[in-house]
Design a protein around this ligand. Structure first.
Ligand code: NAD
Ligand code: DAU
Length: 362
């Protein structure tokens, strides 16, 4: 019965992981450490019993040290990060602060409690990272393996690369038991509506333009968040210490294909359910027009990576990982989650849950 500290567990992937782990391991103690930035939402943990949310910053080394020591934590699953590339271009400082300094703060706490004080218990620091650290691929390049040299192109990916290197160094130098997973683009429930899929769903429901950066032919390897959680659980429990594993979704698609799938799925949903037209009267689909009429090409993202692709041979052969879900079916489920959870995204967009945080934490 391990005790887990899940940093960033009120964010998109972290919250999905908390739900996933709690369901599979109901006897485990789960503590979420989250600063509740714009991307962290306590409502993402609704319905979970016995999960404790600690409102705090991973840069607070004393807080992390005390939690590890007092709560006898033996596993850290580290999701907390600034995660949006466009925000990193507009303001890189927060990315260095949280992703580099914050990760180092947690590593220092783990080293102190697990190694220097010697709890005597088995421990593991699982660092969640991204395929963006490997840079960009041409159409003919082979997919990223764990041996692909790092070549991060955005302040976000550079800060994640920095954190990956620190995790590696704490294993190599101090013998901390670490594992790192580098995954591709996730989608699914609870994703903050700044990322492509939830942003475009919500824009389409309001009849707002769908801003396609450049020619829209950038390729991403789409990973359903539940598959990612399965991969994380496998690496956490079966991965070798000091090793990194790539986790992909096996769905390499150009953005335009994703956007066309999204538009067609929204048209189909409105055709099948006439209440949607009443709920979202500004959607083209409510007026019998194709959602695709909202597609608008805009100026490209600076330094925009052209293609990411994951070679997951190592995770498959060593851990038994395989993405179980195809893109179209899981995308349709994701769309229905957003349609069925309008109050969630309205609250997120209006900042309504911030009142709750203020009341709860002062
Ligand atoms: P997210 O932005 O949805 O959530 C981040 C969470 O971290 C939020 O709950 C936020 O409040 C918390 N946080 C931020 N700064 C903090 C701090 N200083 N102290 C404590 N908590 C803090 O992110 P996500 O999309 O769920 O990504 C989770 C992790 O997975 C990140 O490390 C990200 O780099 C990585 N990743 C994400 C994707 C993706 O497609 N979303 C893909 C690859 C890797
Ligand atoms: O590859 C993993 C990474 O995936 C993670 O490490 C990041 O945390 C996560 O944000 C994601 O990064 P991307 O930049 O690939 O995701 P985003 O959803 O921002 O964009 C996906 C693609 O869609 C990308 O090519 C940019 C494009 N795009 C995005 C937005 C928000 C648009 O064309 N228009 C948009 O408005």
């Amino acid at each position: 019965m391990p005790n887990l500290l899940i940093t960033g567990g009120a964010g998109f992937i972290g919250a999905n992981f908390v739900h996933h782990w709690a369901k599979a391991n109901p006897a485990d103690t789960l503590i979420v450490l989250d600063a509740l930035t714009y991307a962290g939402n306590p409502a993402n943990l609704d319905g979970l019993e016995g999960v404790e949310l600690v409102h705090g910053d991973i840069r607070d080394t004393d807080l992390a040290t005390n939690l590890l020591r007092d709560r006898q934590i033996d596993r850290i699953v580290h999701f907390a990060a600034e995660s949006h590339v466009d925000r990193s271009i507009a303001g890189p400082d927060a990315f260095v602060d949280t992703n580099v300094i914050g990760t180092h703060s947690l590593l220092k706490a783990a080293r102190k409690v697990w190694l220097d004080e010697g709890s005597g218990r088995a421990h593991r620091f699982h660092h969640i990272s991204t395929d963006e650290v490997y840079g960009t691929l041409s159409l003919t390049d082979p997919a990223f393996t764990e041996d692909t040299p790092y070549a991060p192109n955005s302040p976000y990916s550079a800060s994640k690369a920095g954190s990956d290197h620190l995790v590696r160094a704490y294993h190599h130098t101090y013998g901390l038991d670490t594992v790192t997973t580098n995954c591709s683009n996730n989608y699914g429930p609870y994703q903050f509506p700044e990322k492509l899929i939830p942003l475009f769903i919500i824009n389409a429901l309001h009849g707002r333009p769908l801003p396609i950066y450049g020619d829209g032919m950038q390729i991403r390897d789409w990973l359903y968040v539940e598959d990612h959680c399965t991969g994380i659980a496998l690496a956490l429990t079966k991965g070798r210490a000091g090793v990194t594993y790539n986790i992909g979704g096996g769905a390499e698609l150009p953005n335009l294909t994703v956007i066309e799938t999204l538009c067609a799925a929204i048209d189909k949903a409105f055709a099948a359910d006439e209440t949607l037209a009443a709920r979202f009267p500004d959607a083209p689909a409510a007026k019998g027009q194709p959602t695709a009429t909202l597609k608008t090409h805009v100026t490209d993202r600076p330094g925009h990576d052209r293609r990411y692709a994951i070679d997951e041979t190592k995770a498959r052969t060593e851990l038994g990982y395989q993405a179980a879900h195809g893109f179209e079916a899981r995308f349709a489920e994701t769309l229905h989650w957003y349609l069925n959870n309008e109050s969630w995204w309205r609250a997120v967009l209006s900042g309504e849950y911030r009142d709750w945080i203020a009341k709860q934490y002062g």
